[in-house]
Design a protein around this ligand. Structure first.
Ligand SMILES: [Zn+2]
Ligand SMILES: [Zn+2]
Length: 256
């Protein structure tokens, strides 16, 4: 099993998770041409994608998913609330294969077992996912304003974690955002800050952890070093052991 990021942040998110010939895209917040270029860098073509999962309706996650699905006949999995809220993205006359998932019930897409879980975020029915091939487990969490004991349960015992480190609270407070936007981003339904991500990580069983990556970093309210310091402080590891899902470059293949 291996996984990579095509880019992460408020300008677009997309990951790919691969087991044998099964390749899933997690979100597609880039335009059609952009996502194809980014797939090429990982030596992938859209024809090789088995399915697309959409976590929620925000542009940076959903924008390109439906065009890609329509053009290349790729089925899409999403929650009921996300389906309702993304109707505006569906190209006219497109014959899309949409699979509505229950955000508490796991399902399989070919070689990959997918376990969804709901998160508190300002969307209709935001759902995050963990992925397993039966042996290894990858947990992904972005776009959550706070954590819950259920999230802790879902992310415990993972072999790899991609964890939102959106902002540093002090930088957000002193930064350029309007008061309203600061309240939204830092609120219970906003985005996870470095310190909250570290507190979550500290509560997990990390005994199998082989990869950790910080994701969805704010360009204005965070730095890579602050995010790395927060997570490495919990794991007691070298700063550079913590990877970053960057907006432009994402991150290269990681495997188990
Ligand atoms: Zn987002
Ligand atoms: Zn969002």
């Amino acid at each position: 099993m291996r996984f990579a990021s095509l880019g992460s942040g408020s300008a677009g998110n997309c990951m790919v998770i691969e087991k044998a010939s099964t390749r899933l895209l997690l979100d597609c917040g880039f335009g059609l041409r952009e996502v194809i270029t980014r797939l090429e860098k990982l030596e992938l073509a859209p024809e090789q994608i088995t399915g697309i999962l959409v976590t929620h309706e925000h542009d940076d996650h959903a924008k390109g998913a439906f065009k890609l699905g329509a053009k290349y006949n790729i089925p899409i999995w999403l929650s009921h609330g996300t389906r309702i809220m993304t109707e505006r993205y569906v190209p006219q006359d497109a014959k899309l294969k949409l699979n509505v998932v229950d955000s508490h019930t796991s399902f399989a897409i070919d070689h990959i077992q997918v376990i969804p879980y709901p998160v508190p975020h300002d969307a209709r029915e935001p759902t995050q996912f963990t992925f397993s091939d039966g042996q290894y487990k990858l947990g992904v969490l972005t776009d959550t304003g706070s954590t819950t004991s259920y999230i802790e349960q879902m992310l415990s015992g993972c072999d790899a974690l991609v964890l939102e480190c959106n902002h540093d609270l002090t930088m957000l407070q002193n930064g350029p955002y309007s008061y309203a936007l600061k309240q939204r981003v830092g609120g219970r339904l906003g985005h996870l800050d470095n310190h909250s991500a570290a507190s979550l990580l500290a509560k997990l069983d990390n005994s199998k952890l082989k990869h950790i990556l910080a994701a969805h970093l704010s360009a204005k309210n965070n730095t890579q070093t602050l995010a790395k310091e927060a997570l490495s402080g919990v794991l007691n590891c070298a700063l550079d052991w913590v990877g970053i899902a960057e907006q432009e470059k994402g991150f290269d293949w990681r495997s188990f």
